[in-house]
Design a protein. Sequence first.
Length: 229
Amino acid sequence: MTQESKRILIVDDEEDLCEILQFNLESEGYITEIAYSAEEALGKDLKSFDLLLLDVMMGKMSGFKLIDTIRKELKIKVPVIFLTAKSTENDLLTGFNLGADDYISKPYSLKELIARVKVVLRRNAGVDNAVDKKIIQVENMVLDLNKKNFTIMDNRIELTRKEFEILKLFFENQTKVFSRDEILHQIWGYDVVVTDRTVDVNITRLRKKIGPYGEYLKNRPGLGYYFEV
């Protein structure tokens, strides 16, 4: 995903603060939504967000109770940053023990907040996907292993099955050099008779299809191919 497509939910009962956060985050290219209570937040599709910014002290349900519900009952692993005036050591420990990714005490600078948002999003990028091996992302290129889709900037690129498997091999083993024989055996298997030229043809086609990213698919003369950003 690109930064512009990252979705952030702001959960805070201070309307003015929410509007300031929303304005500044959207100025950075993020897509934001606001919930003015924990209950309102629970009514949203929380799995669709890449990050939650939660106030601790809110009406009936606190931010601590909300994250506890999100983690234990809903089993959602979306990253969470607490924004709160509660900054004692016990409050910090409570937040982290409940599964928070960061904890920012009020008052805070917007520059610091945005910097921490970027760190948490970068740290968590593809974490869940890496666990279940369903999505592999490199910059703006995304391989969906379930749907067998490949997209660049959310635009689908048609790949043959072998091209898809070759790209998957390189995405999962960046900078590793594969000889033509190794690629043949891993992609076509040992029981299929194909030539080294088959590898060259497929990689040439693949380079063209991934456009400006084609330069990442490199050749080391005498050794083989490798993928390096």
